[in-house]
Design a binder for this molecule. Structure first.
Ligand code: LMR
Length: 402
């Protein structure tokens, strides 16, 4: 037999999030719990389709008249609605027509469009990500050819932010470099800057001519739609130019529809239009034009008053259930009389927390109890339920010891 064309191809490393979820699916333990991938579950352990989304889909099934391609930037109305969510109603950026948006397949697609744009249009600039960050940031940015470096972010001993260290590091970053910031619900730590800290960062970015690049995947999952946008809006009010990749996977529950977008805020309309032309070219050479379905559902929900109201109520339920699970987890662990105190989880926001559970413990939890979390100890609080909490906490207690 001649050698295979592919004989030199080596097996890829397992993805730290999606790969572990594959192992979870194969696990036959009936009590297994999956705290790896960031997907919301209701208290029945099911990822539900929101009613607002279902109703919009029913309507669209009737009203849709064509399956012809969207334009490279997607639907213009979708772009306007995205900017309103990100920057607030009647914001100065929109009034001055300084922002443009391209629709993309999920937040990941938007990040990739941004990465290609930075690589081709802002050449030679470094790209800085927080330590730690979502592991796929390295994959997406690296495969676009960007050189990725890190700035300090998280203090494992205090379970909080190393804000002074972060600022000191950003003071040393070469002017003009691009710095990726998590707009809210920092993935994987759940630790976000306060409004005062955002203001300090905006001043620093302005003074040092750093380029803000927001990853905004969890709007509405921390404190509320407007509250979660405070960092982005503080930067916008300072007049900073920036890139914002956002996702509707989590706040609309549209994970598998792959709907997100990339917004560029520029100095003036003419600059914004030039940037848009380049973003469209990037879209064209990556996936030609975006998938339509998810974006249309977002558009229908946001522009139909009763569906928008319903969606906001459903999103509030999601946010409140996550917060309730945080409290229940902390209380349940406290009752089990373990040496570690998990009270710090209460100050963290969104789906994720850095549990402080070590790698060896994570592997034992997986093997002996069917409890799956990311190897760095990240847990998805949104997958905890009143039904799995006891088993989950007792398993953790058994592994971390008294
Ligand atoms: C996560 O961090 O779990 C989510 O953003 C899903 C993903 O693609 O990794």
């Amino acid at each position: 037999m001649p050698n295979s064309l592919f004989s030199a191809v080596e097996t890829a490393p397992v993805d730290p999030i999606l790969g572990i979820t594959e192992s979870f699916r194969a696990d036959s333990n009936p009590r297994k719990v999956n705290l790896t991938i960031g997907v919301y579950q209701n208290d029945k352990g099911v990822n539900p389709v929101m009613s607002s989304v279902k109703q919009a889909e029913k309507r669209w099934l009737e009203e849709e008249t064509t399956k012809a391609y969207l334009g490279m930037a997607g639907e213009p109305r979708f772009g306007e609605l995205v900017r309103e969510l990100l920057l607030g109603p009647e914001n100065a950026v929109e009034a001055a027509k300084r922002a443009v948006t391209v629709q993309a397949p999920g937040g990941t697609g938007a990040l990739r469009v941004a990465a290609d744009f930075i690589h081709t249009q802002l050449p030679g600039r470094g790209l800085w990500i927080s330590d730690p960050t979502w592991p796929n940031h390295n994959g997406i940015l690296g495969s676009a050819g960007l050189t990725v470096k890190t700035y300090p972010y998280y203090d494992p001993a205090a379970h909080g932010m190393r804000f002074d260290d972060m600022r000191a590091a950003l003071e040393q970053v070469p002017g003009g470099d691009v710095v990726l910031l998590h707009a809210c619900c920092h993935n994987p730590t759940g630790v976000d800057p306060t409004a005062a800290q955002w203001a300090q960062l905006a001043e620093l970015f302005q003074r040092r001519a750093l380029v803000p690049f927001f990853d905004f995947a969890y709007q509405g999952l921390a404190d509320g739609l407007d509250e979660d946008a405070r960092g982005v809006r503080i930067f916008a009010e300072q007049g900073l130019e920036m890139l914002i990749a956002n996702s509707f996977s989590k706040n609309f529950g549209l994970y598998r529809e792959r709907v997100g977008s990339l917004t560029a805020v520029a100095r003036d309309t003419a600059t914004a239009e030039r940037v848009l032309s380049r973003l469209k070219l990037t879209v064209r050479s990556n996936f030609s034009n975006p998938p339509a379905h998810g974006g249309k559902i977002v558009e229908i929900v946001l522009t139909t008053p009763e569906l928008r109201q319903l969606w906001m109520r459903e999103l509030t339920e999601v946010r409140e259930r996550i917060a309730a699970m945080r409290r229940l987890f902390v209380e349940t662990m406290a009752k089990l009389d373990v040496r570690r105190n998990f009270g710090f989880l209460l100050a963290q926001k969104g789906m994720f927390s850095f549990s402080g559970i070590g790698r060896e413990e994570v592997l034992r939890l997986r093997k002996d109890y069917g409890v799956y979390m990311v190897e760095n100890g990240r847990i998805n609080v949104a997958a905890m339920t009143t039904g799995n909490m006891d088993y989950l906490c007792k398993s953790i207690a058994a592994v971390i010891g008294k």
